[in-house]
Design a protein. Sequence first.
Length: 196
Amino acid sequence: MLFTQEVLERIAAGDVDLAFRRWRRPAVRPGTTLRTAVGVLAVEAVDAVDEDDVSDQDARRAGYADRALLLADQRPGADRTLYRVTLRPAGDDPRVRLRQDTDLTAAELDDIAAALARMDARSSHGPWTTATLELIAAHPAVRAADLAARAGRERLPFKADVRKLKERGLTESLDVGYRLSPRGRLVLDHVRRRTD
């Protein structure tokens, strides 16, 4: 589920606790957690609802001024069902803490480097982890499409690979492009020393 930054901030503040989506089938289930720019959100309930059952109060709880605006913002389609999703803040994104963690031993750095090497070995397009870290280090805040072109890759597969690095706390997304996290800079320096 995607949210605007304004809605995310209102969820974090406790002003918004519902979302409405028109889906062919639910994209989330109760118990799902979503990592967002304001932390982790927990999905508490997912209920199919009829448009007539959506009130102005529901709309305000979802960040809209009224039900008409909420309903106008939904995807059209007779094959879609309207779902009400109940949300709550569930803590900080663990990747944020991981990105800042640079208190690593040489053995831990070796383990991370080995994990990156395994990712390279499994890749259908050859080794990419170090090259991608180097590219982001050299070109922070550059659009993903431009970085992908520099790497000679398609944008979406490139972004998918960057997300794998983000999961390990090595990169962070910016409004435009990416940058290495403190942990990512430390790991890249370690990998460089190993290959010198």
